[in-house]
Design a protein around this ligand. Structure first.
Ligand SMILES: *Cc1c(COP(=O)(O)O)cnc(C)c1O
Length: 376
């Protein structure tokens, strides 16, 4: 169990607690739900929680397929996991085949150029791991367009073999919105693709994809956000266990009269006599400045003394001011623990308070926090 009463380490403005047991349990739950092998997407430093601890915990639990965005992330994953397949989603830049082979990374090939470059590299005798083929079924972002994928399958099977393709994949554009008709179109387009590549393992589901109706799981899934406790079913109860908690401290408490302006540029005005607590983290710790609470816009909040208290004024680089007027006597005091993420402040709530999504909150988690890994 994660605890939310841990005071932040005194040497840091805040402490990030990462429950690796919950991470592993979320990974298992997604695999069970899909009824197939679950991989793990660990790009962006495992969505901010730390790629080495995440990959170590998941590979010990049996995860055999990881996905990163960049080669540098693949190298970090490989440093703690010698066995698993590590796919690099952003694929091959020209002339980069060697570094893939050196670290036994698997490129996710998204164009004819990449496919041909990888195939000729492999024919040069390089004993590289299998690659994946990315087919774009909606996003117009990365991958061969679906029609190109079908042509490739029908006319250039030799290139697929030469490139050592071991997986064909596509990515949802709107899977968190089960009412979006784009999902059914992508599911149908991918079914056609996989039929054209008989015998090749396939992968389609991201986190929210696991919860779509009438969607096959194929042989491998690619959850990211849900592993880290994000809600893959927005608007419904979160089926995942929380993985992270963020705690800071009160460093000053003061009382201000009604009409007093607070923070940089005086953007918040006290509407009543108020008690304000200043806490010691800010945007340089990865807490978005867009969570500022001004006279014209709402913003973020923190839990102090068991009560959700709104921010006031602009989020500063190292400090945030919080309205603690509603706290019962004796109220907030210097040194009190403050929860920024955890309990009622789940990732979606924090994201909404900062006018963004939980994904961005996670992947912005500061390098400045003390980090505590628990649960394993
Ligand atoms: C980031 C990413 C994922 C994981 O998505 P989540 O919504 O975080 O589960 C899966 N596949 C691809 C191609 C991605 O880029």
């Amino acid at each position: 169990m994660m605890t939310y009463d841990t005071p932040a380490s005194d040497a840091h403005g805040a402490t990030l607690t990462v429950d690796l047991g919950a991470l592993v349990s979320n990974w298992r739950a997604l695999g069970e739900r899909a009824g197939t092998e679950a991989g793990a997407v660990v790009k962006a430093d495992a969505y901010g929680i730390g790629i080495e601890p995440a990959v170590t915990a998941l590979s010990r639990a049996g995860c055999r397929s990881f996905f990163v965005a960049h080669v540098s992330e693949g190298i970090r994953a490989r440093s703690v996991a010698p066995e698993p397949t590590i796919y690099v989603l952003n694929g091959l830049l020209p002339g980069h085949c060697d570094v893939f082979a050196q670290h036994e990374l698997s490129p996710v090939l998204g164009s004819h150029e990449e496919l041909l470059e990888w195939a000729s590299f492999r024919q040069g005798g390089a004993n590289a791991r299998p690659a994946a083929l990315h087919v774009d079924t909606a996003m117009n972002r990365l991958g061969l367009w679906a029609g190109e994928g079908l042509t490739l399958a029908r006319e250039k099977a030799g290139a697929i073999t030469a490139a050592g393709i071991g997986l064909v994949m596509s990515h949802f554009a709107s899977s968190e919105d089960e009412t979006d008709s784009a999902n059914a179109r992508q599911i149908a387009a991918f079914a056609e693709i996989t039929a054209a590549f008989p015998g090749l393992p396939a992968s389609l589901l991201n986190s929210s994809g696991h919860f779509l109706k009438d969607c096959p799981s194929y042989q491998l899934t690619r959850p990211g956000y849900a592993l880290y406790g994000g809600n893959p079913t927005p608007g419904k109860p979160n089926p995942m266990r929380p993985v992270i908690g963020l705690e800071s401290r009160v460093i000053q408490v003061r009382e201000v009269e009604a009409g007093v302006q607070v923070g940089y540029n005086g953007r918040w005005t006290a509407k009543r006599k108020s008690r304000l607590a200043t806490i010691c983290l800010g945007y340089a710790d990865g807490y978005p400045r867009n969570a500022s609470w001004t006279d014209t816009s709402t913003g973020g909040a923190a839990v102090i003394g068991g009560i959700v208290c709104p921010f006031v004024g602009t989020v500063s680089m190292d400090l945030i001011i919080v309205d603690v007027t509603e706290l019962p006597s004796p109220g907030a005091k210097r040194g009190d623990p403050v929860t920024l993420i955890g309990g009622p402040l789940d990732l979606e709530t924090v994201g909404a308070g900062a006018k963004t999504i939980g994904y961005e909150i996670l992947t912005s988690l500061g390098r400045r926090h003390a980090r505590r890994y628990v649960g394993l």
